[in-house]
Design a protein around this ligand. Structure first.
Ligand code: FRU
Length: 493
């Protein structure tokens, strides 16, 4: 034991300089090399944000999961730390799957899923690891702490994972993903007085057949007087423009009866209307705000940095500050981002189809773009746009349908998934926004855009441009008044 983690750390040190940095993000959390997926153990501990993640250092594809580890003071600059967990015990020998963290008596406590695949027989159990320095972790000798006996007659040990631990009224709780016999999502609630001895409390919530065949990565918290349960359903059925990705992310919002341990749902909706967003996890920041971060990628699609041999794949979303308004989960960029924005261009006035607004030669690939415009105009924003005016990412707004569409169709390296037909654009209904104006904020890092709409809705998307594209154009369908279009550089070095 211990050798597997040392081997991983040594491999990273010896090979990380071989990673091709062409498409690497500058202010989004990433692994130093290899494959990453879900954020894990997102927590504020002794003055730093710690972010762990599903990590396979040896290739840019999913493999036996380790927990990668990074920390940050401002949620913008991330520093790599040594691997925190490696699959080196009989109960996690095939992977340390997703989980979470809590601070208890000054210790940083991790809870994760031990994954074992014995000749095709899968076992997923819940395990603990402890640290006093926030860097090296000791797995509990009592692992696994939640196993077969806890869920006898309730759920199947083959699909039982991703514990999110939290404290409420001096007691520890964990929500864990499972599935019903007829393949619907199911979230189980467990409780403990000490993080070691756990008892089953309740089935917190079960999904319908439309809501996916399994829910992954639950998170449960109270915000603005409501309880919010986040889950990531596999194969949720599309409803209108929503849930078009193979895997979705959903917020269930309502009241929680702690006697029965049941969530009564008053509203639910997709969390992000883009193409790349999965398995979000939250923590409380230093100021007590709820911050969410997600894997900004999607299962079952090719990732160009892997195809191109760049030796890395996967990135995290921007940390986002959450609130609940009118039974909806609202998102805005973590406020720290604005400290790094320097406005370089700002414009207001009228545009017509013949006189679009154009900004040429925008320098750098880290941008913050703001567009304020009445909801009554239809328009198309293209950014980044190639110098020859052809290929671009586009964000279009159709005023009649009140629909925003984000597309990477035919821009950059092809990305294909299991969705049929191939999905490279998504549309988002914004008719339920109360305001008369759209206030759009676009955060671009090298190979991602995250669109924030009226401090509420979001659309996230990755892209891998083939040739440098550094123009922006805004074209309206008729005459349109632009209240504000600004471009800021995000200076992070
Ligand atoms: C979600 C997920 C989790 C699992 C992890 C394995 O993306 O499938 O359910 O713990 O990834 O890497």
């Amino acid at each position: 034991m211990g050798k597997i983690i040392d081997k991983a750390n040594q491999y990273i040190q010896e090979h990380k300089s071989e990673v091709d940095s062409r498409y690497r993000e500058k202010f989004h959390a990433m692994g130093p090399i290899g494959w990453i997926n879900d954020p894990n153990g997102f927590v504020y501990y002794k003055g730093d944000y710690h972010l762990f993640y599903q990590f396979y250092p040896y290739g840019s594809v999913w493999g036996p999961m380790h927990w990668g580890h990074s920390k940050s003071k401002d949620l913008i600059h991330w520093e790599d730390l040594p691997v925190a967990l490696a699959p080196d015990e009989p109960y996690d020998k095939d992977g340390c799957f997703s989980g979470s963290a809590v601070v208890a008596d000054d210790q940083l406590v991790l809870m994760y899923t031990g994954f074992v695949n014995q000749d095709g027989k899968i076992k997923q159990t819940q395990c603990m690891a402890y640290s006093t320095d926030g860097i090296t972790f000791e797995k509990s000798p009592l692992n696994p702490v939640i196993a077969d006996s806890h869920i006898k007659g309730i759920a199947d040990i083959a699909d039982f994972r991703d514990p999110k631990i939290f404290v409420k009224d001096g007691r520890y709780y964990a929500v864990v993903a499972a599935k019903t016999r007829d393949s619907r999502g199911q979230i189980l609630l467990f409780q403990s007085d000490n993080t070691q001895d756990w008892t089953f409390k309740s089935v917190l919530l079960e999904g319908t057949a439309e809501q996916g065949i399994m829910w992954e990565c639950p998170d449960l918290f109270q915000l603005d007087g409501k309880w919010v349960l986040l889950v990531s359903p596999i194969e949720m059925k599309a409803q209108g423009h929503a849930y078009k990705n193979l895997n979705s992310t959903v917020a269930f919002i309502g009241e929680l009866d702690w006697e029965s341990g049941k969530l009564s749902v008053e509203n639910y909706h997709e969390i992000d209307g883009g193409l790349d967003f999965y398995a979000p996890q939250t923590c409380l920041d230093a100021a007590g705000s709820r911050i969410m971060i997600a894997w900004m990628q999607m299962w079952q699609r090719n990732i160009p940095t892997h195809d191109l041999g760049h030796r890395w794949a996967g990135m995290m979303s921007l940390p986002r500050k959450l609130s609940v308004k009118n039974l909806r989960l609202c998102q805005e960029p973590a406020p720290q981002l604005y400290d790094y924005c320097e406005t370089v261009k700002e414009w207001q006035g009228q545009i017509t189809p013949d006189h679009p607004l154009e900004f040429n030669a925008i320098t750098g690939s880290q941008q913050f773009i703001e567009l304020n415009i009445s909801k009554s105009y239809s328009w198309e924003l293209r950014y980044p746009l190639q110098a020859d005016g052809r290929a671009s990412i586009s964000l279009t707004y159709n005023a009649d349908e009140q629909l925003l569409s984000l597309s990477r169709d035919s821009f950059g390296y092809a990305i294909k998934g299991l969705e049929n037909p191939v999905l490279n654009s998504r549309s988002l209904d914004v008719s339920d926004l109360a305001d008369a104006d759209l206030e759009i904020e676009i955060v671009r890092d090298t190979s991602s855009v995250e669109v924030f709409i009226n401090h509420e809705k979001t659309m996230s998307m990755t892209f891998y441009e083939k040739t440098d594209a550094n123009r922006l154009s805004l074209r309206s369908q008729g005459k349109a008044r632009v209240q504000k279009l600004s471009v800021s550089t995000i200076r992070v070095n």
